[in-house]
Design a protein around this ligand. Sequence first.
Ligand code: OAD
Length: 239
Amino acid sequence: MRITFLTGAGMSAESGIPTFRDALTGLWARYDAERLATPGAFRNDPALCWGWYRWRAAMVQRAHPNAGHLGIAELARRGHAVEVITQNVDDLHERAGSHEVVHLHGSLFASRCLDCGTAVVPDPILAGLDALDAGAREAPPACAACGGPFRPGVVWFGEALPEAAWQQAQASLEACDLLVVVGTSGLVQPAASLPALAQARGVRVIEINPVDSGVSALAQERLRMPAGAGVQVLLDRFG
Ligand code: OAD
């Protein structure tokens, strides 16, 4: 069976990564995640924004894939054609062993120069991450080519999605036999419009989320439970 997963921040919650609408702690408690994830936030206060993404990258590096990520990779090992369309900027699906992963909102581990787009190896967002704990303001490094500041490789609010990722996501939704939507509030467009593509083709939509979301209404089945338990239900059923 061709199974497409559309995943959001709730997918990684059991790995200890806060979702976007969870309150932040420490230095970040005064800030709203959505307000830090904009081109304007970076322009107004690059050190705050770069420091925030460095803190998130450090948290992701220390985290481990959870039962949900591992279960999705296991479904592929058991013979299903599994594709993962994720809004997450972490790499936990890949580290769990999933090979077909499309990142609609970019990656925490792909920073580049804001002005000329140059990327360098190793990625400066990773430098000294082991030492980062609560996070700190930190000026972004300057590009050796043009002197511009480095920015994280994520998609900010108001920016277009990477075109190739968006095309792949749509193709996956046009080809799947089952869509499983995991841990997304379904509020952020255009990602939130993808389940309707499957629904329009008469494809079954299953949602895994402890609470109702913006996409619940078009799911035929709602598994009101965390990602790990929900994916286990699928493994028991389709594995
Ligand atoms: P949100 O933070 O909006 O929503 C997280 C969803 O996960 C909520 O519906 C929760 O109920 C659900 N949830 C929480 N714990 C869960 C668990 N253990 N298992 C399953 N579900 C759980 O995150 P997203 O929908 O991913 O965009 O947010 C979408 C986009 O908005 C993000 O990619 C980001 C954000 O601002 C950009 O940065 C452009």
